[in-house]
Write a protein that binds this ligand. Structure first.
Ligand code: GLU
Length: 492
């Protein structure tokens, strides 16, 4: 928990536990966190689980785990408490109804007894402008009383003004004005007594003293309705920060809302693909926010200092997987050797030949070459198994190697390689010394040795590195096998 220097600044991340953590949700959480922290405020976690039908088991754990892994540590929330709990909406169920009834009393809401069948018929008939035809809006007090006493199921609807307009200010989108007659008399309290999301968020944001409401732009159209509620209660309206959509790039170059067909969209999925939480957070911070200078790589701490609401843009941000990969590479390169080894552990486990004494070499050749973790296996797969490679690999025009020359070279180096100490210095000294002694280019020695040892044209590191990673026994076995294959092929 960080020190709160400005108690008036309070943001909340209010996810609904409906499944995995989409990068859009994570960006909302990040911006709420950054707004709170950049202003010395408090970051609150509230679980919005009133929609029981959409509830997914385990989703709350994913929320906790993601926030923790991403470093977005909340100051108040269901697991740690705080002065404004409970922080789970389903545990606050008793408190919404009196507020809805208060709005009925003050003339800003009304009981609606319309049956599901009537509403369905209305919908089927093509609906009406405003969604609901305001059928129960003008029931007489006697009719309402009679229905309530008879136990007729009801919902409570917000009574929108039929004239005039409502204007609100959003920090990103500016002033937005809507005609009141276009606003639906939306449901505040459902027949089961539960509030709708639309109502619960108003009450909770007020009771939790939230100063900045940060959320996706899909909520912009509902905001005038929320404001009419705030006004009806006489409550202060929070500062709104609506965030632009996140788009994905389609194959034809067009863009559409980011979805699975563009690539992984969940935080955990991205991590599983080898992206580092820090790199994801850094990249996501820039999806809709532009720093004042051209800095791109930011730690979370630096983001807390640099972030400001006026840098948020309203144009849709495009999620660029290549750019994320670039960030990941930058983060990988910033690691110390210990950090890199720790990071690479899941991959290293697949390569028993890379023993701790080889970690410095492994780091030296792999750290600059990868942008994602699984690339280690892709690039070092040859260590696990020697492919049945094509002997044409020994022919390299630029280095002027040939199959005959390669065979000759392998015949020369093999006996000596059996004898020498398996260290970087000894191997390089011997192989380069050999080329020098023969008055030929290094490549004429190194190329055949590397091909025989790896069975592939491209390896991270050169012949010496490959020999060291393989270990003496395996390396010699492979070179012997290469020598035999060349000799058989050439004697035919
Ligand atoms: N529970 C809403 C959601 O997950 C939160 C919207 C808001 O932040 O107000 O989309």
């Amino acid at each position: 928990m960080t020190v709160v220097t400005n108690p008036a600044i309070r943001t909340r991340f209010a996810p609904s536990p409906t499944g995995f953590m989409h990068v859009g949700n994570l960006r909302t959480a990040l911006y709420e966190y950054l707004i709170a922290k950049s202003l010395g405020g408090t970051f609150v976690l509230r679980i919005e689980d009133t929609d029981q039908e959409r509830y997914v088991d385990g989703a709350v754990d994913i929320i906790y785990k993601t926030l923790k892994t991403a470093g977005l540590i909340h100051d108040e929330g269901p697991d740690i408490g705080g002065d404004f709990g409970p922080y789970v909406q389903s545990q606050r169920m008793d408190l919404y109804k009196p507020y809805a009834e208060e709005l009925v009393k003050s003339g800003h809401a009304y009981y609606c007894f319309c049956t599901k069948e009537r509403l369905a018929a209305l919908h089927e008939a093509g609906g009406v402008e405003g969604g609901y035809d305001r059928h129960c809006r003008d029931l007489s007090p006697e009719e309402v009383k009679k229905n309530l006493e008879a136990g007729v199921p009801y919902v409570i609807r917000q009574k929108m003004p039929l004239e005039g307009e409502t204007t609100f200010h959003d920090c990103v989108y500016g002033d937005i004005t809507v005609q009141n007659k276009e606003l639906e008399d939306q449901i505040l309290l459902k027949a089961d007594g539960y509030p709708t999301y639309n109502f619960a968020n108003i009450i909770d944001d007020h009771l939790m003293k939230i100063s900045h409401v940060v959320r996706g732009s899909e909520y912009l159209s509902s905001t005038p309705k929320y404001n009419l509620c705030y006004e009806a209660f006489g409550w202060e309206i929070p500062t709104y920060v609506h965030l632009p959509l996140i788009m994905g790039k389609n194959e034809d170059g067009s863009v559409s809302k980011l979805s699975k067909r563009h690539g992984a969209t969940g935080f955990e999925d991205l991590v599983a693909q080898g992206f580092m939480p820090e790199a994801i957070i850094n990249y996501i911070a820039l999806l809709g926010w532009c720093p004042k200078d051209n800095q791109e790589v930011f730690s979370l701490e630096e983001l807390c200092k640099a972030f400001s609401i006026d840098g948020i843009s309203k144009s849709p941000a495009v999620f660029d997987y290549d750019k994320l990969e670039w960030f990941n590479g930058e983060y990988i390169r910033k690691m110390s050797q210990e950090e890199f080894i720790e990071f690479a552990k899941p991959e290293l486990e697949k390569f028993p030949m890379i023993t701790p004494d080889l970690y410095p070499l492994f780091t030296e050749i792999m750290q600059p070459r990868i942008t994602r973790l699984p690339q280690i296996s892709e690039k070092l797969g040859f260590l696990l198994e020697l492919a049945d490679y094509d002997l044409e690999l020994y022919v390299h025009k630029k280095s002027k190697t040939t199959k005959e020359g390669s065979l000759e070279m392998l015949n020369i180096v093999l006996p000596m390689l059996h004898e020498i100490e398996w260290t970087k210095d000894a191997l390089s000294e011997y192989l380069t010394g050999l080329a020098e002694g023969m008055g030929i280019k290094n490549a004429l020695v190194m190329w055949p040795v590397r091909i025989a040892a790896s069975g592939t044209a491209v390896t991270p590191g050169g012949a010496v590195e490959v020999l060291l990673l393989l270990g003496k026994e395996e390396a010699l076995k492979r070179i012997e096998s290469g020598r035999q294959r060349l000799s058989e092929a050439l004697s035919q």
